[in-house]
Design a protein around this ligand. Sequence first.
Ligand SMILES: [Zn+2]
Length: 287
Amino acid sequence: MRAIILTLTLAGLLAGDLYSADKKKPLPKPLRALLITGGCCHDYAKQKDILQQGLERRINIKIDHAHSPDKSTKPPLKIYGNPDYAKGYDLVIHDECSAGISDPKVIAGVLAPHKMGIPGVNLHCAMHSYRFGNFRVPVKVTDPNGKWFEYIGLQSSGHGPQRPIDIAFENNVPFITKGLKGWTTQREELYNNIQVLPGTKVVARGTQSNAKAVVAWASEYHGARVFSTSLGHNNVTVADKRYLDFIARGILWATKKESWPIAQPKNESFDLNSKPQPASQKKKIKR
Ligand SMILES: [Zn+2]
């Protein structure tokens, strides 16, 4: 019971933090977001909850899930075959890992809401989803296999080993990076850049040993704002306060809610059950 009261108090405090600037004004309706998770190679069962909790604590957003527990590269997400899947939502957050979904008709259905102007936020393996043909060389956005990359705003084909990444922000989209300071992740995947498409703005660059790549960017797709970051392989990154602050800002930018406040949750913790454990709990890796 005490835990419940504490949780409620915390929720109340956070809501208070969000709107204390002008209490007379009614709360704006929360953003409604659909978070898509599932597929290969990642702990989406945990990450979907970390993202929901972390983001709902920070900004005025209500997140629904479209999750598949399937671990293949072709997770049977319920959005497939339903181009209206985002009806009623202000935003779609793509965090699926569907590298093997290659039917152009299905992909067109995934893109349909964004083509109609619904903003998108894309995390990590979304960049490596919906691939077919020769995606390891620069594609044209007019090519059948270029449609997803056109939406993403950048083409990536793979990554190297899991090692820490040094993140450095750039000031090309000032709202997203306001107040943020670069940091070094724990073990992460640095996604390569086959090409950064015209019109895409670099938000952050990453350095991992000798490799460098754009790791966060902003673009426009048929008038919709799109924010993407290739960071977010391991739970420990996804649950990092700095990562969640960053994604929260990207969401407010994509949905043009830059005037909305962002709360700073105190003593935040998540049930990680993560693989791997934070580096501090592991034997030092020889590098
Ligand atoms: Zn990954």
